[in-house]
Design a protein around this ligand. Structure first.
Ligand code: COA
Length: 141
């Protein structure tokens, strides 16, 4: 798998991938999420391709204190082959290069398989409750 920065031409394949991976929620418009990311550290929006087809993504950011990873996705037909680990390794390398001391990520409560995946990469559950406040409503059409 070749890992590179997202290109706007990847938009529709990436949106399809996120649907295929069950990552799209009614309150998150994926195209608006992509548009926003292209204005903030777009070089940290990663895609993985095999035979010129996008099969994986990771939306990475460093806020000056912590690194964050969103939209980690590997196409169902490519899961279990090390693509997720490779993408996370790459993301961690890019964050380390920026001096980022810790990576955070969120997993939906009860998603045990994904928690098991992250544990195998060395991630542990923080003793913290994730809180959020919506600033821009983003309902899908
Ligand atoms: C989670 C996801 C990204 C994992 O990607 P992947 O390419 O299948 O994972 P990898 O093949 O790189 O696996 C890496 C390690 O995790 C382990 N792992 C993967 N899935 C696992 C599972 N369900 N249970 C236990 N371990 C698991 C693998 O055994 C492997 O360990 P190893 O390297 O020691 O052999 C992928 O399954 C996915 O896209 N899921 C749907 C979208 C999603 O839920 N994303 C996360 C949003 S928070």
């Amino acid at each position: 798998m070749l890992i590179r920065a997202f290109d706007p031409a990847d938009t529709e394949p990436v949106v399809q991938l996120w649907h295929d991976c069950g990552l799209v929620r009614p309150w998150n418009d994926p195209r608006r999420d992509i548009h926003r990311k292209l204005s903030e550290q777009p070089e940290l929006f990663l895609v993985g391709e095999v035979d010129a087809t996008v099969v994986a993504t990771a939306m990475v950011g460093f806020d000056g204190h912590r690194g964050w990873v969103y939209y980690l996705a590997v196409a169902p037909g490519h899961q279990g082959a090390g693509c997720g680990r490779a993408l996370m390794d790459h993301a961690e390398t890019l964050l380390l290069e920026r001096g980022c001391p810790k990576v955070n990520l969120q997993v939906r409560a009860g998603n045990e398989p994904v928690m098991a995946f992250y544990r195998s990469l060395g991630y542990v559950e923080d003793q913290a409750v994730s809180m959020g406040k919506r600033l821009i409503p983003d309902l899908l059409p």
